[in-house]
Design a protein around this ligand. Structure first.
Ligand SMILES: N[C@@H](CCC(=O)N[C@@H](CS)C(=O)NCC(=O)O)C(=O)O
Length: 208
């Protein structure tokens, strides 16, 4: 498989899962601004939407959108149990989380990374929305569960970790959410997470 990525972007979740599953893959960096890959290809011909991730699963066959890419990967190695079986209520719970992370949490970070520098009432409004969504995650973990679906790690945890990791770049300290803080520590202890972070230059002390 071929993963199109940008260092530290949401595509990092797919890299974590590929490593968790021990699947062979090639990672190709994308300059989304320029619309080109590191190899010089026109990225718009690969993913016309212009963003990462995109996963080539067979020659010329591209899967996009985090929730779809992550579920595709989990279903590729069902015995690893990174997604509950399709058609079960547990799978619906996974999809609830993936959609929430994508449509609510991930998008709540968007204004910090795109457009004008936030200030005044607009900054307060954006921040309130983001904090509200982080509160929602804290509530979801507040029964003491280790991962979003309970005791078992799933692809939604990889996506959640990557998105919450952006908090440090915008000066939001996750220490005020104890269950989330414990979750982040738990995730950082996973070899696949550390390997993925190192591969994207986000963990200096480890080899990629
Ligand atoms: N709905 C898309 C959103 C993907 C997305 O927002 N990707 C960001 C990185 S996290 C991106 O490539 N943005 C373009 C850019 O940063 O130039 C998905 O879930 O895959």
């Amino acid at each position: 498989m071929l993963l199109y990525f940008k260092p530290g972007a949401c595509s990092l979740a797919s890299r974590i899962v590929l490593i968790e599953l021990d699947l062979p893959f090639v990672a190709m960096a994308v300059d989304t601004q320029a619309g080109t890959t590191k190899a010089g290809a026109d990225y718009r011909r690969i993913n016309p939407k212009g963003y990462v991730p995109a996963l080539e699963v067979a020659p010329g066959v591209i899967v996009t959108e985090n929730p779809a890419v992550l579920q595709y990967l989990a279903d590729h190695v069902p015995e690893a149990g990174l997604a509950p079986a399709a058609g079960t209520l547990d799978r619906v719970r996974l999809q609830e989380w993936l959609n929430f992370i994508s449509a609510e949490l991930h998008k709540a970070f968007g204004p910090y990374f795109h457009g004008d520098v936030l200030q005044g009432p607009e900054k307060a409004r954006v921040e309130a929305t983001l904090l509200r969504r982080i509160d929602d995650v804290e509530a979801g973990l507040s029964d003491g569960r280790s991962f979003l679906l309970g005791t078992v790690f799933s692809v939604a945890d990889a996506y959640l970790f990557v998105v919450l990791n952006w908090a440090s770049f915008i000066g939001v300290d996750l220490a005020r959410w104890p269950c989330i803080s414990a979750f982040m520590t738990r995730m950082l202890a996973r070899p696949a997470v550390r390997k993925a972070l190192a591969a994207e230059g986000l963990l200096q002390d480890e080899a990629a």
